[in-house]
Design a protein around this ligand. Structure first.
Ligand code: ADP
Length: 391
């Protein structure tokens, strides 16, 4: 199978990987960080080779992409002819993987008000990639796309329709590539027809979201018009009484300060000063009250969503944990599923605590609801989506 280049551009970073879309196997991958600063860093590895590290002045994504192309040209047999781009927000119109042309670029630009940090970064990555790989087919894959199937009852906020429509305010949902990927892997793993499986997928990384998947389609997810709504995250508050920003504005706060409070200084960081669950876990284990509160608030919110999504679905075949915390933190998994045997959810303690990087079952034998850990791989999902589209 021909290799696909997958690009994930952040505001000051560029992640790239060349991989086989059928197996997810990497021929090469790298990341440029601190773009725009005099001491940008580049990490790169070809296949199982050693990680090469270097520092350089990289003024923008164009320069970063030129460096990436050179590293790839020196190490892979053939440069890819298909490039898959991760784009966070596709808005109402971009609801499936799409070949990028001028009109699609315009539509991604139109979504900037909905994702003011993410979409401009993706556009910089696209512009740079088009310049370095002018003959390749470039495909945009949207984080929002998987959730296009959410019914209106779950999609709309209960606010004035005219205002909602004028500002495109509705629930979009994010992490769609990951929820879709782990839902498909989970159905495969359980030997079930994806069209028949009801799943609750929990993507728990720095950003976190839950998704109810019925028959392979998203029917509800926890993030909203932006990736702020829902679960307690590393630095994002998740759900909060919508009056709080109003209260703070009336107390003299401006929009940026409220944004910082909720998006950058909220969540686990707001509760205990740290956003990495490894640090929080070890602090909590040594009795730190703030760290204990942070993890308890996070787990309580997760359990509320789990219960809500079980009712949305009516029947749950499996709960799927994924991303950094979902894959590696057995304490979170055990506590999310604690005392739920009455609802068919029961964890096997030794399966839950056994280390592993493979998809695995952690529920007790015979429990009616399977609980799974499925490592996510958004790059391979983007590569597969881009290759499928190009054919
Ligand atoms: P991002 O959303 O930035 O991709 P990740 O999916 O890597 O983030 O998730 C980050 C979170 O996952 C952190 O809270 C971190 O503590 C946790 N995490 C990541 N890797 C591990 C690991 N190997 N062991 C324990 N926790 C991990």
């Amino acid at each position: 199978m021909p290799q696909v280049l997958v690009v994930n551009a952040g505001s000051s970073s560029l992640k790239f990987a060349v991989l086989d879309p059928a197996t997810g196997q990497r021929a090469a991958e790298g990341i440029v960080e601190r773009i725009g600063e005099p001491d940008a860093t580049i990490r790169f590895a070809a296949g199982d080779g050693p990680v090469q590290r270097s520092t350089a002045e990289i003024s923008d994504h164009i320069v970063a992409f030129a460096a990436a192309r050179q590293l790839l040209a020196d190490s892979v047999a053939e440069l890819p002819e298909v490039v898959g781009h991760r784009v966070v927000h596709g808005g109402d119109r971009l609801t499936r993987p799409t070949v990028i042309d001028d009109q699609v670029v315009e539509q991604i630009v139109d979504c900037i008000p909905l994702a003011p940090l993410h979409n401009p970064a993706a556009l910089s990555g696209i512009a740079a990639a088009l310049q370095q790989f002018p003959d390749a087919v470039h495909v945009a894959v949207f984080d929002t796309a998987f959730h296009a199937t959410i019914p209106a009852s779950a999609r709309e906020y209960a606010i004035d329709r005219t205002v909602a429509e004028a500002h495109h305010i509705r629930r979009y949902g994010f992490h769609g590539t990951s929820h879709d990927y782990v839902a498909r892997r989970a159905a495969e793993f359980l030997n079930r027809d994806p069209a028949e499986a009801n799943l609750i997928t929990l993507h728990l990384g720095n950003g976190a979201s839950a998704c109810a998947v019925r028959g392979g389609r998203s029917v509800e997810t926890s993030m909203g018009v932006t990736p702020l709504e829902g679960l307690v995250m590393g630095t994002r508050s998740g759900d909060i009484d919508p009056s709080v920003p109003v209260m703070l504005v009336r107390a003299g706060w401006d929009a940026d300060a409220v944004d910082d409070l909720l998006n950058r200084n909220g969540g686990l960081k707001g509760l205990c000063g740290a956003n990495d669950m490894r640090e929080i876990r070890s602090r909590a284990d040594s009795g730190d009250a703030a760290a204990r509160l942070a993890r308890d608030v996070m787990v309580h919110r997760l359990r509320k969503y789990l219960g809500a999504y079980a009712f949305v679905l009516g029947r749950v075949d499996a709960v799927v944990f994924t991303a950094g915390i979902g894959e590696h933190n057995d304490w979170v998994r055990a506590n999310v599923c604690r005392d739920l045997a009455g609802f068919g959810i029961e964890i096997d303690e030794s399966a839950n605590t056994a280390p592993g990087d493979e998809p695995r079952v952690i529920s007790a034998p015979g429990a009616p609801v399977a609980v799974l850990v499925i490592p996510t791989d958004e790059e391979s999902a983007i590569a597969a989506a881009a290759q499928d589209l190009v054919g």
